[in-house]
Design a protein around this ligand. Structure first.
Ligand code: SF4
Ligand code: SF4
Length: 279
């Protein structure tokens, strides 16, 4: 079963939920798709790590063969090509590596060269396989690294936990595309609720079943409760605001491994997700 964990904004507790859920399950793979700032490994501390580079293909132009017909520039829907001194020039940051310009060039003047965009690190932490996507600083698109991390994470484990990037843009869509169920992590505040509604809309548009984890709960936040009731979205877990959880997080420790009460909360969360997903 593949479970994607999302939140509308950073700092909500998405990684906290993801790593604890993975750690509380006997047979899990944790995939960090928050490739701009992957920090699940800081908690899981995987060993026996192995890193593989991730490349995209960027066009390269042979000036001797190019006749300057401009067909490639007119074709590129991403405006990654411009015409300078009668020759095409590529902006690799916005190229989507679709390969179209190489395919259509009538003079066979375009070849493709690998461009490094990041890496995928694989390791183990106890019974959890840990896969981390790491995007190079300065790259624009997270999607190629996310795709590579998801490919590396495919396996036979009972549970796949996908720690998604924050927000509701293309990298999040890519991360949840093959998920069986989505957990939306939020906080009981006006800001948290605003961002929660955006990810809720996204997963609804994608046709994914979802449930909610409310983190740092002190008391129920009425607009969130009413929204979930109106949309028949179950609240799967309310994590109380507890000082010891904050301290364990600050020390880079996984609460489910240190505290039986927290481990039990996350085992119950998995049971609730399995039940909801089977509906
Ligand atoms: S399509 Fe080929 S020949 Fe035409 S401008 Fe582009 S690279 Fe040059
Ligand atoms: S590979 Fe695709 S996106 Fe990149 S420059 Fe060529 S046509 Fe544009």
């Amino acid at each position: 079963m593949r479970v994607a964990v999302l939140s509308g904004k950073g700092g909500t507790g998405k990684t906290f939920v993801s790593v604890n859920l993975a750690a509380a399950t006997r047979n899990a793979v944790y995939i960090d798709c928050d490739v701009e700032e992957p920090n699940g490994r800081l908690f899981l501390k995987p060993t026996h790590t192995n890193e593989s580079p991730v490349y995209t293909l960027i066009p390269e132009f042979d000036a001797a063969k190019c006749t300057g017909c401009r067909k490639c520039v007119e074709f590129c829907r991403y405006n990654a090509l411009v015409f300078v001194r009668e020759k095409p020039m590529v902006f690799s940051e916005v190229c989507h590596s679709c390969g179209g310009c190489a395919l259509l060039c009538p003079k066979d003047a375009v070849s493709e060269k690998p461009h490094s965009v990041g890496a995928v690190e694989e390791g183990t932490a106890g019974s959890v396989r840990v896969v981390t996507g790491i995007m190079n600083t300065g790259e624009v698109s997270a999607v190629p690294v996310i795709k590579a991390a998801l490919r590396a994470g495919a396996g036979v484990e009972e549970l796949t936990v996908i720690d998604c990037p924050p927000g509701s843009g293309c990298p999040v869509m890519e991360s949840v595309m093959n998920a069986d169920y989505c957990i939306l992590v939020t906080e009981p505040t006006a800001f948290g609720f605003h961002n929660f509604q955006m990810v809720h809309k996204l997963v609804t548009l994608l046709g994914k079943p979802c449930g909610v984890v409310v983190n740092k709960t002190e008391e129920a936040y009425a607009p969130l409760e009413e929204f979930c009731a109106a949309h028949r979205t179950p609240i799967l877990l309310r994590i109380p605001y507890r000082e010891n959880l904050a301290k364990l997080g600050a020390a880079g420790q996984i609460a489910a491994e240190q505290d039986e009460e927290t481990a039990s909360l996350f085992r119950d969360l998995l049971t609730a997700v399995q039940k909801e997903a089977a509906r």
